[in-house]
Design a binder for this molecule. Structure first.
Ligand SMILES: [Zn+2]
Length: 212
């Protein structure tokens, strides 16, 4: 969207094919001249999947880019190739999986994007207060959960927490659009707490379900 993102997305670096010495665009998996698979380029997860570095990743484009590359890297295609090509194709597949797993999950994607955009997130004066508010909220929720004595009651708490989790995802989209990295980092902290709480709800629901 902005200039920095466009530059980051463009890659632009040219390397040399190990096989034919022809030019290879920075994030290409294969040499355009001889077709040889290249070692994984040192690019970020977004560039590896040909995506603009943004939080609002299009799920279909992400899946398409991943499954298309995965197909081209299938071990069957390299069965008769040299050990070097087999090794490079495996390294490419590992890098590709890592990029996909990171970008598919909203929380992991947000964490990654905070690091990618800002590196170090400067602590704000109010971050400690926010942490305390968050801890207080989590303690209250845990008390409610401990007191919930029916599956329906736990389900209601779990649904409320899931709604909050969804609202965090929407808020993250806004925070990244405004390049407000401290806000994004606070939201990911909250999502981590909520995610753990939702897991606790699930296990309590299972326990209660067994006794009724
Ligand atoms: Zn080549």
């Amino acid at each position: 969207m902005n200039e920095a993102e466009a530059t980051a997305a463009g890659g632009g670096a040219i390397s040399t094919c190990w096989s034919c010495r022809g030019p290879v665009a920075g994030d290409s998996i294969f040499c355009a001249t001889c077709g040889a698979v290249q070692p994984p380029a040192d690019v970020d997860h977004f560039a590896r999947l040909d995506l603009t570095p943004t939080f609002d990743v299009d799920a279909d484009s992400l899946d398409r880019g991943y499954f298309d590359a995965q197909r081209r890297l299938h071990p069957d295609r390299f069965a008769t190739r040299t050990p070097r090509e087999r090794a490079f194709s495996q390294l490419q597949a590992v890098s590709l999986n890592e990029a996909y797993e990171t970008l598919k999950d909203p929380l992991r994607r947000a964490d990654y994007l905070v690091t990618l955009k800002g590196g170090e997130v400067a602590p704000e004066g109010c971050s400690l207060v926010n942490e305390q508010e968050l801890l207080h909220e989590v303690m209250e929720r845990r008390e409610e959960l401990a007191e919930a004595d029916s599956v329906a009651a736990v389900e209601a708490l779990e649904a409320a927490a899931s709604d909050d989790f969804g609202r965090c995802i929407a808020a993250l989209s806004t925070a990244f659009a405004c390049d407000d990295l401290p806000a994004a980092a606070r939201l990911t902290t909250r999502m981590r707490y909520l995610g753990k709480y939702i897991e606790e709800c699930r296990s309590r629901r299972t326990r209660l379900g067994r006794h009724t």
